[in-house]
Design a protein around this ligand. Structure first.
Ligand code: IMP
Ligand code: MG
Length: 174
């Protein structure tokens, strides 16, 4: 059965904004190398598009986390399903996420990664739902778009593992 998807952010708008954020990151990290940590699977499309637009040296690593909890309600307990391949000592780490909702995933993740001795850790997200934030201490350094509390898909984001490949951000109509 096909779901109806309403376009929230068209492809050209997302691309333009990713380019802008890429420029900003390149300027902020001038003279340094940035170590991008892609949060799988949702962050993978955004990470690739963003990395292509960063002009300082880039290295990449990947991490996969899942939050325990019944259904769609996140419990705040995060499990590392796939850990990074490389150490973080002295690196300028930039975590790249698809979306920040309650903030529980990133709150946990930044605490864990801080223990590994990076020079600094920043957060970059494609989307943010600020009205949903539970973990107020999560500071987001780069946000492409703040959106209302709607369930979105595309550009890496899924609904039951579907629609990650859509080139735009859409809302699944129920
Ligand atoms: P948080 O820990 O509550 O901030 O959850 C963030 C994670 O929830 C994201 O990385 C997504 O995997 C998922 N998520 C939250 N909102 C959406 C949405 O609207 N569409 C798809 N996934 C979402
Ligand atoms: Mg995710």
């Amino acid at each position: 059965m096909e779901d109806k998807i309403r376009i929230l952010l068209p492809e050209d708008e997302v691309d333009a904004r990713v380019e802008e954020i890429g420029k900003q990151i390149s300027a902020d990290y001038a003279g340094k190398a940035v170590h991008l940590i892609c949060i799988l699977k949702g962050g993978v499309f955004f990470t690739c598009e963003l990395a292509k637009r960063i002009t300082v040296p880039v290295s990449l690593d990947f991490m996969c986390v899942s939050s325990y909890g019944a259904g769609t309600k996140s419990s705040g307990i995060v499990k590392i399903v796939k850990d990074l391949d490389e150490p973080l000592d002295g690196k300028h780490v930039l975590i790249v996420e698809d979306i920040i909702d309650s903030g529980r995933t990133l709150s946990y993740l930044t605490e864990v990664l801080k223990q590994r001795g990076p020079a600094d850790i920043k957060i970059c997200t494609l989307l943010d739902k600020p009205s949903r934030r539970v973990k107020k201490e999560v500071k987001v350094d780069y946000t492409c778009f703040s959106i209302p509390d709607e369930f979105v898909v595309g550009y890496g984001l899924d609904y039951d593992q579907k629609y990650r490949n859509l080139p735009y951000i859409g809302v699944v109509e129920v």
